[in-house]
Design a protein around this ligand. Structure first.
Ligand SMILES: [Zn+2]
Ligand SMILES: [Zn+2]
Length: 354
């Protein structure tokens, strides 16, 4: 076991601080990764604050991890020291259930093992990517194409796969019309990916304040949902709507934007239930769906797709010392469009050189 520098949440309400986290010794199938970049996801904050249930503290969060391999176990076949790699929202699953065998480990019937705050196979609590190193079984490690801009890779591992998977599942592509609700960390990835897939993309945002950004990302149109006329103008316009916001919505209003056989899929969720007017689904045989990240095989496909199509998140790079401030800005939706921690700053603070 090793103690490595990490950004630690001491409790649900205390500021984050710099400390250490334990990493297991490298087993036969394990890869030890030196983390270079760690993305900040809103889920990190929800988890630490206890919004999604009680946690074990101290806790290190972070499930958008980009780094390089520094050690491999004896049985590892897919990675070598020096390889550029990524780790996303899960670090294990049962591997035996129907969903795991189908490559949909995120829907493991026994529950996948989350990258942080989950009970690992050895009974310990998993600790995430706001740290200098992590040890992960090789089947949950992704290969990061060299052509992707390295400091922008990390957010692909959560935000990027969360939007890519439903776009693929519901077949966004040439000839399809896709609307994306919300232009934040998830929304801006959905726009870029859907555009790269060849779809015609419209952003639906509360205001027009990010309109220039949305159009620069390739969206054809940008509408304000605060303007009631938007819902008349766009009635029956979209084959697929990707909802990335976690505020409650008037769903019937959005279902009205779907064309025949159109689907509204949520990847953002408010904590409270949302009422569904079922009649609004009858018309045009509409569907209301949800989606959670993606399997490992699909995550690799997403990384390769983003490399091939020059798709990368827009990021603000911060140091480990700025992480509390960054969290406050995430809570105010004041980020364009994802924070990434430069883990070198954590390594330096933890081990200052003379
Ligand atoms: Zn996330
Ligand atoms: Zn399983």
């Amino acid at each position: 076991m090793a103690h490595v520098p990490a950004i630690v949440a001491p409790s649900a309400d205390a500021p984050l601080e710099i400390g250490t986290v334990d990493r297991r010794a490298v087993g036969a199938h394990d890869v030890r990764i030196a983390i270079d970049w760690a993305g900040i996801c809103h889920s990190d904050i929800h988890t630490v604050r206890g919004d999604w249930g009680p946690q074990h503290y101290p806790l290190t969060v972070g499930h958008e991890i980009a780094g390089h391999v520094v050690e491999v176990g004896d049985a590892v076949t897919r990675f070598s020291v020096g390889d550029r790699v990524g780790v996303g929202c899960m670090v294990n699953s049962c591997g035996e259930c129907e969903n795991c065998r189908a490559g949909e480990e995120q829907y493991c019937e026994r529950g996948n093992t989350g990258t942080y705050g989950a009970v690992d196979r050895d009974g310990t609590i998993t600790q995430g990517g706001y740290s200098t190193e992590i040890v992960v079984t090789e089947s949950f490690v992704l290969r990061v194409p060299e052509s992707l801009p390295y400091e922008r890779v990390a957010p692909l591992l959560c935000a990027g796969i969360t939007t890519y998977s439903p776009l693929r599942h519901w077949k966004a592509g040439p000839g399809s019309r896709v609307a994306v609700i919300g232009l934040g960390g998830l929304g801006h990835m959905a726009v870029k990916q859907a555009v790269a897939m060849g779809a015609e993309v419209t952003v639906l945002s509360q205001s027009l304040s990010k309109r220039d950004d949305g159009l620069a990302m390739g969206a054809r149109d940008y509408f304000a949902t605060s303007d009631p006329a938007t819902f008349e103008t766009l009635a029956r316009s979209f084959d697929l709507i990707i909802n990335t916001v976690s505020a409650p919505l008037d769903l019937a209003q959005y279902f009205g934007l779907l064309t025949l056989n159109g689907t509204f899929v949520s990847v953002g969720a408010p904590p409270e239930p949302m009422p569904v007017q079922v009649f609004s689904l009858f018309m045009n045989r509409r569907s209301f769906a949800g989606s959670s990240i993606g399997g490992i095989r699909e995550t690799q496909e997403m990384l390769d797709f983003c490399a091939e199509h020059d798709v990368a998140p827009d990021v603000e790079v911060i140091t480990a010392q700025q992480v509390n401030e960054a969290w406050n800005r995430v809570l105010r939706s004041d980020v364009r469009y994802r924070f990434v921690i430069d883990v070198a700053s954590l390594r330096e603070q933890a081990a200052p050189t003379a």
